[in-house]
Design a protein around this ligand. Sequence first.
Ligand code: SAH
Length: 258
Amino acid sequence: MSVKAKKHLGQHFLTDESIAKDIADSLSLSGYKKVLEIGPGMGVLTKYVLEKPIETFVIEIDTESVEYLQTHYLTLAPNIISKDFLKYNLKEVFEEEPFAIIGNFPYNISTQIVFKTLEMRDQVPEFSGMFQKEVAQRICSKKGSKVYGILSVLAQAFYDCEYLFTVPPTVFNPPPKVDSGVMIMRRKENYKLDCDEKLLFTVVKTAFNQRRKTLRNSLKSLNLSDKLLEDAIFALRPEQLSVEDFISLTQKIAADGI
Ligand code: SAH
């Protein structure tokens, strides 16, 4: 008996074992002793993560999948968290310990998964897995690229992001409408930024919310002084700024005293 795929939960079960193994093998296993898989479904990826010399936890919203895992992966049973990843406070399981995140993620909540991970960056040294290709590419893209945006700048501020490989719809049941992409984020050694990190989030989001405008126009709501706005950086559009440029922009805005 297998789990019936539910569309509203973004369920597309991977049927290609070698891809599951490749995703599990992307973990470096260094700097942490625990790993959390988001959305294990029927456990095609879990099986390969469990082979690693590391303690595996899974978090799954679908009770039918949870029941399947409990009966098919007996050793995993105590580490199955039957919750919504977006709502659950993971400190209840991991306290202050570091843990890696892995998954063939539910695509309907991709962006939110990355944002929650960024919030937990102090505890998450590595994050690896599969998204729809466009999202995986966006996370890893550099300035000047059409898909460079909020997710790219904020993920790359704290993590080295690498696009690994593309996966076609044919290896899922049911097949999604889009190609998928596997990527990995490895936290930078120096991930404490030389700027107000909260302000960086605000600046990046505000700038990209009007990505065709120059920063002079898109950042108006931040009430910047006329003197600061004379700085040449404000004549640029957000996709022209590297991560380092956004950090130095944030420093300038903080020094502007608002
Ligand atoms: N990893 C499995 C399933 C991928 S489908 C495989 O590769 O076959 C995505 C999985 O994420 C589904 O099992 C779905 O129930 C689960 N899921 C969806 N939203 C979730 C959430 N908010 N928290 C935890 N799991 C979620």
